[in-house]
Design a protein around this ligand. Sequence first.
Ligand code: NAP
Length: 499
Amino acid sequence: MSAGQSSGRYEAVIVGAGFGGIGAAIQLKRMGYENFVVLDREDDLGGTWHVNHYPGLAVDVPTTTYSYFFEPNPNWSRLFSTGTEIKQYAAHVADKYDVRRHMRFNTSVEGAQWDEDAKLWRVALAGGETITTRYLITATGFLSQPHTPDIPGIGDFAGRIIHTADWDDDYDPTGRRIAVIGTGATAVQLIPELAKTAAELTVYQRTPIWVVPKIDFRISERVKRLFRRVPLTQRLVRLITDALYEFFVYVGLHHRQLVYRRLNIAASDLAKIHRFLSVRDPELRRKLTPDYDFGCKRPTFSNDYYRVFTKPHVHLQTSGIEHIEADAIVANDGTRTPIDTLVLATGFDLWEANFPAIEVIGRNGRNLGKWWRDTRFQAYQGMTIPEFPNYLSLASPFAFLGLNFFNTMEYQMRHMDRLFGELKRRGATTFEVTEEANKRYRDRMSELGARSVWAVGNCAGSRSYYFDPTGEATLLRPMSTRAALKEASRFPLTDYQFS
Ligand code: NAP
């Protein structure tokens, strides 16, 4: 970290103005904090929903469930809303709860270091400025560092290269010869859109993905009016979609070894039937069939994805990429495909670049990234780490509850409430989780995780980002939302030291 000039002294600094940072900011205000800043390297709020705007972008959780618990949105236009609407929702929440004025955009954070004598964090910004804060909260998301594959010759390609996380809205695919690398959740949404007007579209698949049908529909004005006038009706609908999702994630994925294994198999059967009805060519179907269990990596919803490969101008290439030339891709089977656009739907560097997203150095010089790699990926309740006083890391190992980010956010806000409430009650200014509490939580998560599809399922061929470099699925908190919310409101206060 460069020393640079020093400016700004805050009670709290939040890094990231996505839904995580917005939620943390709202929680700080609820607890009476006003002197805080939310820093974001982008030029607007919304995080992933600001950065991603590729064609076809939509949420893959029903929007009846996709909102903060305290701020239902009666205006969603569809069951699975578009990225634009979700970004609008983020802006609405930030304005309504008056957190936008705390935000500072185009500001990259390089790192943060705990100053034990002054009992504060020194936060280094790109450009040399350093700000200080009593509390540091990183809300940098899990998927924020785009991955660019290191394929031989990619640097020589003379046409357009577009990463899905850096989409050019002026790009017109009409009549283009496009290659898409990747078949993750993003590609599943994007490919059918590009295929509508592209002259030729070749998809380079390394690992097939599970795709189930998407039951999507417009939400009528009458229903929206009902939601606005009688909010309880919307709460009831949410209760149902929450319960269905929760049932599937918790029972079908977390408890793989029990009788509920059947539910997981039923989901893969659904995807199989969907594939069978969409694609008549058995060889094409075989190529699109995953060889790992449903749920090992995030399954997707689409009614168009499988069918698009039956169109004459859409091709599936599965032999791997040998190299890229100035105007073509050469596959391992020798096929040379001339292209003018290379679309990288290659996802994000997660474990390499996101844990943590900035350099964080705690007490006694403990470097968080190094410590995680030298020991294990771990964080108490997916939020706090020993030797890192006054630090909340919202995008931590064992933090993410599963399919719906807002469930994770809700328990994290409740945890903040209890933690800062106790801090105030004691008249203290510093908190730090104990080594013992952290170890207890980590061991419990490993134990619970041992029953999940990620531990006992066949996930070897999935190349899923749920798994850390050691092979353990530490991205996920293997428990129900209900249990996590309960823990957030009741965790033993003795798990922290206050001073
Ligand atoms: P992803 O799931 O990580 O998929 C990346 C794809 O690129 C994979 O198919 C991967 O193949 C492929 N790839 C990467 N490097 C490659 C290489 N060198 N050669 C060939 N193929 C390569 O990323 P994503 O599709 O962007 O999705 C990430 C996550 O974002 C999703 O899991 C989901 O959680 C979220 N998402 C959410 C929504 C939403 O609606 N809420 C929409 C889109 C995405 P391998 O599998 O073989 O590595």
